[in-house]
Design a protein around this ligand. Structure first.
Ligand SMILES: [Fe+2]
Length: 385
């Protein structure tokens, strides 16, 4: 299941330079580029003239992107500003010669794109206070998972698997049982939990940081923007002030592929030569999770909680909070109707994610109609029609 009206991480900032870059998200094509002032621009990637891929075009000195087919130029608002083959290239330009333009923000080394038409009601991009704080050092990683966004996010939110998959035990009499904890809902739409337990650091350089089996606190948060998880783990025991802080941003490429962006912070062993160990420790967990998530079935994760009949007591809390978020997004009418969209794609009717301009203006002036979404009544649009 995929959702519109969310801020997603589209790319790492430093990958967008002077050439347009194609980015696929929510099953649609987008082009990312920078205008003449360096501001990141995200447009729907299909030219409304003859359907060329705009990312094969080029960035023009006036801040527009030129289509690779007939060099029509589109500005940061998505409007066509020049048709070179016209008698007067900037004269008669059809009103529908425009593509959707999506709001962008450049934050924390990433280009964030708002994919939807209801910016006012969107959950805000989270704060990342460590990013500009010299007490912290970070490494990043990006990985494409061949699985639905939900399978990727589920394994990221789950903590019952930590001892099983990653060998990170919780200590106590039963080291595979997570300590008791509560999950709190936040006003921004996300949720958080604090887990206090004991664990072992059994290998690598980090072992020098503390005695084994000292108490460890893990603060875990979920934010709707970016489908972000943030974890703060006290590496050196609860009172040592030594932390590994990770941020994970989940961006659906399509129903069966997901991009996972990671930023890992530490406030210890700050020497650059420890970056490799920092990345290695975190990525080991990432790739253990990836190998499981990519084999989960059905390939397109179901729209219902997985699976209420056998959900266990401990998993209920985090997973329950996550399902509440998804239900809310669906009730808002923001979930893409993938069955109907598939039929449209197969029938040769390319649809785009609606941008905020579609709400503000007459939506008749577009070449491509918007993707179908599940109506806010909770009933599929194809049933309502
Ligand atoms: Fe994991």
């Amino acid at each position: 299941m995929l959702f519109t009206n969310i801020w997603y991480v589209a790319e790492a900032s430093d990958t967008i330079k002077d050439k347009p870059v194609k980015v696929k998200m929510l099953g649609r094509d987008f082009v990312l580029f920078r205008d003449q002032h360096g501001k990141a621009v995200c447009l729907s990637g299909v030219c409304p003239h003859r359907s060329a891929d705009l990312s094969q075009g080029k960035c023009e000195p006036d801040g527009t992107i030129g289509c690779p087919f007939h060099a029509w130029r589109f500005d940061q608002t998505g409007k066509c500003t020049k048709i070179p083959s016209n008698k007067d290239p900037v004269g008669e330009i059809p009103e529908a010669a425009r593509v959707d333009s999506y709001p962008t923000e450049e934050k924390y080394g990433y280009i964030w794109v708002f994919l939807g038409d209801d910016l006012e009601n969107a959950a805000p991009i989270l704060d990342m206070p460590e990013y500009t704080d010299s007490e912290w050092r970070h490494v990043t990683h990006v990985s494409t998972w061949n699985c639905n966004q939900h399978w990727a996010k589920q394994i990221d939110l789950d903590h019952v698997h930590l001892p099983i998959v990653h060998g990170i035990g919780f200590g106590g009499d039963n080291p595979v049982r997570p300590p008791d904890h509560t999950v709190d809902r936040r006003p921004d739409g996300g949720f958080e939990t604090l887990i206090v337990g004991k664990t072992d650091i059994t290998s690598g350089k980090w072992r020098e940081l503390r005695d084994t089996r000292s108490t460890v606190t893990s603060k875990f948060k979920f934010f709707v923007a970016g489908f972000t998880s943030r974890g703060k783990v006290a590496v050196g025991g609860a009172d040592a002030g030594v932390y590994n802080v990770f941020y994970q941003f989940t961006t659906p490429i399509d129903e069966e592929n997901t991009r996972m962006f990671y930023t890992f912070f530490r406030n210890f062993m700050m020497e650059p030569e420890n970056d490799i160990e920092h990345l290695r420790r975190n990525c080991r967990n990432v790739y253990q999770d990836k190998s499981l998530a990519e084999k989960m079935l059905p390939k397109r994760a179901p729209d219902v909680p997985v699976y209420p009949q056998i959900t266990a007591e401990l998993e209920d809390k985090l997973m329950g909070a996550y399902w509440e978020v998804l239900q809310r997004l669906r009730k808002n009418g923001w979930q893409i109707d993938r069955v109907q969209l598939d039929a449209l794609d197969k029938g040769g009717d390319y649809r785009v994610i609606p941008s905020p301009a579609r709400r503000a203006e007459d939506s008749g002036k577009w070449v491509f109609d918007e993707i179908p979404r599940i109506a806010s009544t909770g009933k599929s649009q194809r049933d309502v029609a």
